[in-house]
Write a protein that binds this ligand. Structure first.
Ligand SMILES: [Zn+2]
Length: 513
């Protein structure tokens, strides 16, 4: 299910002497905090020879621990107001890679954290960070074999109870699917192959999958999405797909979660072509779709009671060709809104708007419904908030503190977010300039140099998806736009960084525990 699998281990004593483990990773602020006095004594002797011990992550040959491999991983200071649980994540990544390099395949992880709320998930977060560091790209696994590039099979978690280990396994299974879908090159994850990967991932699970590839039906149901896809239709293997995922629990349903995922398997920018080397990394423009599929995978594993989850993913390629859509075109959205195209590189919002309109229609009569759009939408989000997920919510969501509750969960689980506000200036920015159209999709400067460049697209999504229309389905619908352009890859490097699977962890922590 998850790989490397988390295994609950009752105590260090029961694990160090026996069991399948072949290394011990100790993460703590200081070696004096280690649980075994004999081990502390031994480390102090070693420290006289190697002063890195206690200062940086080191691997020692130690006769006192399983496999004789001891990885000593100090967190550094944890007492400053801005320290958070990622202090553990950072050092867990270094430590697990040292364990792997040393030849361990079943390391044991022991974590000691200060007894403060901000560090309460330190062990779980360390596991998730280790799994993140161990993940290798799908192309590499398919070419070289899984075991050759991902040898670590299990991670023992000292002091974890088995229910928590089950939640972690489900969360990591979702994150793993999200990374695979996001991180893979554009032909391996061409739209229909992206859909196939989802079908396979959910086969035999509690989540149903339906894939729509019929061009005429897509044209009728998703006109904006199909404008983006138009020049891809000339190439059979680049044709678009809409993937619908649904989890419906037995028994009473108390809450409905609806997700639209932006799955641009490649974004050339279209006729507003990305130039000067700005195109590299654009195979990752499907990170939102990948995260949505990943969250549904976690749902499939946990099968929560009382929560109904529906997702629509648009897997599309924004190509360039003689039939490419261009700026100035006016296209009527699924919701009946006449959209003037401002720039063809602002294609993600076009794909999302029709998916959201569908989800809004489906939400009619469903209890306590919240809609999310998840996307690598704007460079502005990355510029404005750095490596955090940006959340922009409507009034209904704000009243219910939806974004705040997700951000609070993310803070504890090392998958943090920043809250942005939706303002009247955002709606003024996208207003129609004449009676020719109802809304403008985008301006023509990079979002990163446009004031409110990640907030105003949320206003566009509200209008183009018909969320501001006087319908019953729109009036009570909480809506949160989730921009992962800053948080979607490690280190913000869209060409080479590992997909982070944000915000799968924070959504799982908020809704599935
Ligand atoms: Zn684009």
């Amino acid at each position: 299910m998850a790989y490397p699998t988390p295994v609950a281990v009752a105590s260090l004593q029961s694990a160090t002497l026996a069991g399948p483990w072949d290394a011990l990773i100790c993460i703590a602020e200081q070696i004096e905090h280690y649980p075994d006095p004999e081990l502390v004594q031994w480390l102090k002797q070693q420290q006289r020879i190697d002063q890195r011990i206690g200062r940086e992550t080191v691997t020692l040959v130690c006769p006192l621990v399983v496999g004789q491999r001891l990885i000593v991983a100090p967190t550094g200071p944890l007492n400053r107001y801005y320290d958070d649980v990622r202090c553990f994540a950072d050092v867990a990544k270094q430590a697990i890679l040292q364990a792997k390099t040393a030849g361990a395949v079943k390391p044991l992880l022991w974590v000691q954290a200060p007894a403060e709320p901000r560090f309460q998930q330190a062990l779980a977060v360390s596991y998730l960070a280790a799994a993140q560091a161990l993940w290798q790209p799908l192309e590499g696994r398919e070419a070289r074999g899984e075991m050759a590039v991902e040898p670590v099979q299990q991670i023992g978690l000292v002091g974890m109870d088995s229910n928590e280990a089950r939640f972690l396994a489900a969360t990591e299974a979702g994150r793993r699917l999200a990374r695979d879908l996001c991180g893979t090159e554009p032909e391996r994850m061409a739209p229909r192959r992206f859909a196939d990967y989802c079908v396979e991932a959910f086969s035999g699970s509690a989540v149903s999958v339906e894939v729509e590839t019929d061009v005429e039906r897509l044209q009728a149901d998703y006109p904006l999405l199909m404008a983006v896809a138009r020049s891809s239709l000339a190439v059979e293997r680049h044709k678009p797909a809409v993937i619908r995922l649904e989890y419906k629990p037995a028994g009473e349903i108390k809450q409905t979660l609806l997700f639209a995922g932006k799955g641009l398997v490649y974004d050339t920018g279209g006729a507003d072509l990305k130039i000067n080397g700005g195109m590299a990394g654009m195979s990752r423009d499907k990170g939102g779709a990948a995260a949505v599929a990943g969250f549904l995978k976690t749902v499939a594993e946990l099968q929560p009671e009382g929560i109904h989850v529906i997702a629509e993913i648009g897997a599309v390629r924004n190509s360039i060709g003689s039939d490419a859509f261009v700026a100035d075109e006016i296209i009527t959205s699924r919701a009946g809104v006449r959209v003037r195209i401002g720039n063809t590189d602002a294609e993600g919002r076009l794909v999302l708007a029709d998916l959201m309109a569908h989800l809004r229609e489906q939400s009619q009569g469903l209890p306590n419904a919240t809609l999310f759009s998840v996307a690598t939408l704007t460079g502005h989000a990355a510029r404005a908030v750095g490596p955090y997920t940006a959340l922009v919510e409507n009034g209904v969501a704000r009243e219910g503190s939806v974004s705040a509750s997700i951000a609070n969960a993310g803070e504890l689980w090392g998958d943090p977010a920043e809250l942005s506000s939706s303002r009247r200036e955002d709606f003024a920015f996208i207003r129609p300039r004449s009676c020719a159209d109802d809304v403008l999709s985008c301006n023509n400067a990079p979002s990163s140099v446009t004031a409110r460049g990640h907030q105003f697209p949320m206003a566009f999504l509200v209008v183009a998806a018909g969320l501001d229309q006087a319908t019953e389905s729109a009036a009570n619908l909480a809506y949160v736009h989730v921009d992962i352009a800053g948080s979607g890859v490690d280190g913000g490097d869209w060409q080479h960084g590992k997909p982070s699977a944000a915000p799968v962890t924070s959504l799982a922590a908020r809704y599935l525990r």
